[in-house]
Design a protein around this ligand. Structure first.
Ligand code: PAF
Length: 285
């Protein structure tokens, strides 16, 4: 059976069936690549894709090459049935579950992309190989779907820069858009990993957003370095283990020492809440 189709949403596994379906379809294709365990943040990406295209394709694939920690890959939340029903309600047209044999026919390893500074700062330096894995899989997903537009969440701000770079290197014509980070009422950025938080860490985690907001509030009296040190202290004092806090220019991702060095300064945080690694970022003007 090439694909299973529900009343509103086509579901594919094999890449050939997906490609054939898309070739026979008319209209602009909008694409939202995900790793599943979908939450409201993902559904907002679907909404954004719907506003910019005629056919919305969502892929759900936990990509092994972007995990630099085998336990993280093993524990990553998976919920195929839940994803299916959320996407159907969100009006997704095509749900694709890529198969490992289609994505990695020559073995599970990354290609090497020249990602420049993106591999040496923040997520790039703390998660070696992670962005090569992201670039590899998104290149293959784009090649299969050939989307007119693709939407990614701003929570993974550095990842979007990596994907833009990969798209340029591989001449993908896809227009890439970002959608704002969706937060819980207490400020915690929505993430599939939040499902893994122990209750005490779930309670403590909104400190990341609070500390990021504070970092932009007193720019007259605090240099970026002071603001960064204050954010680290605040997050640590809530029991999270800070991996990095950086204040950088949004377009270059280089650190700034004075606020007026950047038209759009942005703070980035990575911190462990128990065993769960959380990341977030916020524009500071
Ligand atoms: O952001 C994600 O969920 C993943 O990194 C992506 C873009 C789907 C690639 O596996």
């Amino acid at each position: 059976m090439p694909y299973v189709s529900s009343r509103f949403m086509h579901i594919f596994r094999a890449v050939e069936s997906l490609s054939q379906f898309l070739e026979e379809s008319e209209g602009r294709v909008g694409f939202v690549p995900t790793m599943g365990a979908l939450h409201q943040g993902h559904l907002e990406l679907v909404k954004e894709a719907k506003s910019k295209s005629d056919i919305v394709v969502v892929s759900v694939y936990v990509n092994p090459t972007q995990f630099n920690n085998p336990d993280d890959l093993k524990n990553y939340p998976r919920d195929e049935e839940g994803d299916r029903s959320k996407l159907e309600s969100a009006g997704c047209d095509v749900l694709w579950f890529p198969q490992e044999s289609d994505m990695y026919p020559d073995g599970v390893h990354s290609e090497q992309f020249d990602l420049g500074i993106l591999e040496n700062v923040m997520e790039g330096s703390f998660r070696p190989g992670h962005y090569q894995g992201v670039a590899t899989i998104v290149d293959r997903l784009f090649s299969a779907v050939r989307p007119d537009v693709a939407i990614f969440g701003e929570k993974d701000f550095q990842q979007v820069a990596v994907i833009r770079r990969m798209a340029e290197l591989k001449s993908h014509p896809t227009e890439i858009f970002t959608a704002s980070t969706i937060r819980e009422k207490d400020g915690l950025a929505m993430s599939s990993r939040n499902l893994l938080l122990e209750p005490n860490y779930r309670e403590a985690s909104p400190v990341i957003y609070k500390a990021m907001k504070r970092a932009g509030e007193d720019r007259e009296n605090m240099s970026p370095d002071h603001a960064k040190a204050a954010a680290i202290r605040e997050i640590q004092s809530s029991g999270l283990d800070v991996e990095y806090v950086e204040i950088v220019d949004s377009s270059t991702l280089s650190s700034i020492v004075k606020w007026d060095e950047s038209e759009e300064p942005r703070i980035f945080v990575a911190a462990y809440a128990g065993k769960v690694r959380l990341i977030d970022n916020l524009k500071l003007n």
